[in-house]
Design a protein around this ligand. Structure first.
Ligand code: NAD
Length: 432
């Protein structure tokens, strides 16, 4: 693709920053990605990708000439027309978003004398743009523009999501800055939603809240299905055909995790509360999700009795397939509960690590994880689990109990393989 000559500095070489940088390079821009972790920048310079994200390695390789990596702020900003902020905004103890990394980027911005547009990719509370605008003005940087350009990519499909988004949201104080950021996306076919900065910030939070609401909704339907003998997979199929409802995010399971949903739901809850509003639906969504992660324990106890000394195999540590991200992963909550119950926990994941999960034994194969186990819990629906010889697995377990936390496998096939199979909200879970 032709070099259009736009110079972009991306702050943050994480999941969002790297995908943003690589995709903008693919669109023909020259991109410098800056991070504060030396090992990360050195790895990127060597051509190694520090995170697991399908398609990213190829994209970085293909656009090597248009990409550079640095630890140095001045080097990143040198000649840049756009500064993308893609640093982490994790939750604080209060549930508010920790914006310290965002403020560091803003405060470290050199006193540029040319027009630069700061574009916020990080997910931030509504009102952040207004505060950044003031801070820039106070520093005599009124000529530096500010645009909210939130990110909707999902880990595991982030490259495709960036290049083929459902929409691009651009919220600007100054229309010309909004036009410039919109122009960076030339080559991408998608509706562009132009708005004020506060609305763009809220679009991101509201989109995540809507998706989480669907997940908690279908999980509650699943729980009622379990109590009544209905099958949530059929129910989801039946309601998903309704065009007013749609099919996506109607998969019952052990709850949502990841680096975004849990923190963004807390941040929106806090934002509403500190604005004097009690966000009832969101509070319920969060509570349902917390309880959902623990329901598997009840299922195991129902079949095995006390879990002390029982060997439980967790299949999957990542919060979802095709990522190595374990932030807020349901598997970690489950492992913590199982360990507290006195169970021996062994875990398998093709890419994610049980770092920080003290007491959990991580092994390299499903075979090792399940040998002699009292139960298997499928926590992450990794595609390779579809190809496992489940009859062989059942045969080598102490008790062939299978709890399918993602309703990934066919109940009848699993029963035929020799398992006592329990899913989430499956009709046959009532068979006992
Ligand atoms: P991440 O933790 O993977 O990456 C953040 C990176 O920023 C880290 O490498 C960190 O070292 C770096 N950093 C910290 N301070 C810095 C500084 N002053 N200058 C340069 N780099 C700095 O985070 P992420 O998952 O990429 O998320 C980034 C933001 O995007 C968050 O606000 C998140 O909510 C939002 N978001 C994430 C996703 C996702 O799928 N992960 C999707 C949409 C939005």
């Amino acid at each position: 693709m032709a070099d259009r000559g736009n110079r972009i500095a991306v702050f943050g070489a994480g999941y969002v920053g790297l995908v943003t940088g690589a995709c903008f390079a693919e669109l023909g821009h020259r991109v410098t990605v800056r991070d504060v972790i030396p090992a990360r920048i050195e790895a990127l310079r060597r051509g190694e990708v520090p995170i697991f994200e399908p398609g990213l390695e190829d994209l970085l390789e293909r656009n090597r000439e248009r990409l550079s990596f640095t630890l140095d702020v001045a080097e990143a900003i040198d000649g840049a027309e756009f500064v993308y902020v893609a640093v982490g905004t994790p939750p604080t103890y209060s549930g508010d978003a920790d914006l310290s990394a965002v403020w560091t980027v803003i405060d470290e911005l050199p006193a540029v004398d040319h027009r630069v547009v700061v574009a916020m990719k990080s997910t931030v509370p509504v009102g952040t743009g207004e505060k950044v605008r003031h801070r820039l003005d106070e520093r005599g940087l009124a000529h530096v523009g500010y645009v909210s350009n939130p990110e909707f990519t999902a880990e595991g499909t982030a490259v495709r999501d960036f290049m083929e988004p459902d929409r691009i949201v651009v919220g600007a104080f100054d229309e010309a800055d909004g036009d410039a950021v919109e122009g960076l996306h030339r080559g991408i076919e998608a509706p562009v939603v132009r708005s004020d900065v506060a609305s763009a910030e809220m679009i991101k939070l509201a989109a995540n809240a809507a998706l989480m609401t669907r997940i908690s909704f279908i999980n509650e339907i699943a729980n009622v299905c379990e109590a009544t003998g209905a099958d949530v997979v059929k129910v989801a199929e039946g309601i998903g055909h309704d065009r007013r409802i749609g099919k996506s995010f109607l998969r019952a399971g052990v709850g949502f995790g990841g680096s975004c949903f849990p923190k963004d739901s807390l941040a929106l809850k806090q934002l509403a509360a500190s604005s004097g509003y009690h966000f009832q639906v969101l509070n319920a969504v969060i509570e349902v999700n917390e309880l959902q992660k623990r329901r598997v324990i009840g299922k195991l106890k129902q079949r095995l009795g006390a879990l002390r000394g029982k060997r439980i195999a967790l299949l999957g540590l990542a919060f979802k397939p095709n990522t190595d991200d374990t932030r807020e992963a349901p598997a970690f909550v489950l492992a913590g509960r199982l360990l507290a119950e006195g169970a021996d926990v062994v875990a398998w994941d093709p890419v994610a690590h049980a770092d920080g999960l003290h007491g959990v034994e991580q092994v390299g194969t499903v075979d090792e994880a399940t040998r002699g186990a009292d139960a298997v819990v499928l926590v992450t629906e990794w595609p390779e689990l579809a190809d496992v010889d489940w009859a062989a697995v059942a045969a080598q377990m102490r008790t062939p109990l299978f709890v399918d936390g993602r309703n990934m496998l066919d109940p009848e096939t699993m029963r035929a393989a020799g398992f006592t199979y329990d899913g989430i909200g499956r009709a046959a879970a009532v068979e006992r």
